[in-house]
Ligand binder design. Structure first.
Ligand SMILES: [Zn+2]
Length: 390
């Protein structure tokens, strides 16, 4: 495995950089036009046919190669769009052979034999990546305010002793693992932040009714702040989940995220306003964080089909009856429990189930299950109205 992690640094841009951004953008768009016309079969063909035109910009050869790479991927994905593809954003992408990084001093080429130096702003966290000799540096992407450096490392995938199922909800993240431990992370703060910012946005709308420009600017600032605060809260949860999985040598199982939108579209006791508050971004963000943090540590991540995770009994697959307060009850087993706990157990068990070749056959049963207690047994344990706290 070679997981990649992109680390973002802030820096102060200069005028020279601004014109470099603009030139690169024009080069990319030239290369896209050439690709649309010439229909190259590969990135290398595009470099061949676009080279003479892009050379006229007088920039270092690295920019030509990079512009062709950007253009080729845009060209390859153009079927999804109706209009001709075009790059508007000011940015630069350079491969790891074209820049050099000495502590926080970044050197990038401009024209042949000329360079620009940028001083990156980095905390101890940032420096821990730069100063780690075991990490390999990949490409860099510069925007007006940030430099993103891709770091990668060689890591063997951990041998797992079990699984932890992660169920993401509006007000909590619930995990259940093969050792029988259930942990509920309270994320109601994230939901409250959403409410708070909704109120702020409504106020902005009222106050700046007469000036669209000001309201746009305030909305944007408000959006960034909300995103930053939400991301921070989610980082604490994703870090805790990955750390524990690492300590216990558990693989992580999450749900394929389609369910979320579907779940809240259906009438399942939630009012339209509640559904309105739902933001699938939060769910995706938490999964994204858990996914990349786990892969970085060599912890396997898998995704379970969302079918029936919160509506089927983990013991007998019977359809569960839903009650108020996120409680469910199995009519066959005559047991009741917490909806989120059940869901996280079903998600965990889904990975074990997926490891079996066919129903009823025990041949392909995963070794993991032997080492651990049966995940599908006794879900009553955490059902009697109390939820174990982390
Ligand atoms: Zn049952």
């Amino acid at each position: 495995m070679r997981p990649v992690k992109a680390i973002q640094f802030r820096y102060v841009a200069s005028d020279e950089l601004a014109s470099l951004f603009e030139d690169f953008r024009l080069m990319c768009n030239d290369a896209i036009r050439i690709a649309v016309k010439g229909k190259p079969r590969s990135r290398f063909t595009l470099i061949e046919i676009a080279y003479p035109r892009l050379k006229e910009y007088g920039l270092h050869t690295h920019y030509i190669l990079s512009a062709c790479e950007v253009a080729y991927s845009v060209y390859r994905n153009k079927e999804r769009r109706s209009t001709d593809p075009y790059i508007e954003r000011a940015f630069l992408k350079l491969d790891n052979q074209s820049y050099s990084l000495n502590h926080l001093l970044l050197r990038i080429p401009t024209t042949p034999r000329h360079f620009v130096y940028l001083t990156l702003q980095g905390s101890n966290y940032h420096l821990s990546f730069i100063d780690d000799p075991t990490l390999k540096r990949g490409s860099i992407t510069l925007t007006g305010r940030t430099v993103s450096i891709a770091f990668s490392k060689e890591i063997a995938e951990t041998e797992t002793l079990g699984e932890v199922g992660v169920d993401v909800n509006e007000r909590n993240v619930t995990t259940s693992d093969t050792s029988g431990v259930t942990i509920v992370f309270d994320t109601s703060k994230v939901a409250e932040l959403k409410e708070q910012y909704r109120a702020i946005r409504a106020k902005i709308g009222r106050v700046t009714r007469r000036d669209q420009r000001i309201s746009q600017r305030l909305y944007a600032r408000c959006g960034t702040r909300e995103k930053n605060r939400t991301t921070q809260a989610l980082h604490r949860v994703s870090k805790a989940i990955v750390e524990r999985a690492g300590e216990k040598k558990f693989g992580i199982v999450m749900e394929k995220l389609k369910r979320i939108r579907k779940l809240y579209r259906r009438g399942n006791g939630q009012s339209p306003s509640f559904r309105g508050r739902m933001n699938s971004w939060t769910f995706r963000e938490l999964q994204r964080q858990v996914d990349y943090k786990a892969r970085w540590e060599g912890i396997p991540v898998s995704y379970a089909s969302p079918r029936g995770t919160s509506s089927k009994c983990p013991n007998c697959d019977s359809h569960l009856i839903e009650f108020e307060g996120r409680r469910v009850w199995c009519p066959s087993c005559r047991q009741g429990g917490d909806r989120d706990v059940i869901a996280s157990r079903n998600i965990m068990a889904a990975s074990v189930r997926a490891a079996r070749p066919s129903k009823g056959s025990r041949e392909g049963e995963s070794r993991r299950q032997e080492n651990a207690s049966n995940p599908r047994s006794r879900w009553m344990e955490v059902s009697a109205g109390h939820r174990p706290k982390s």
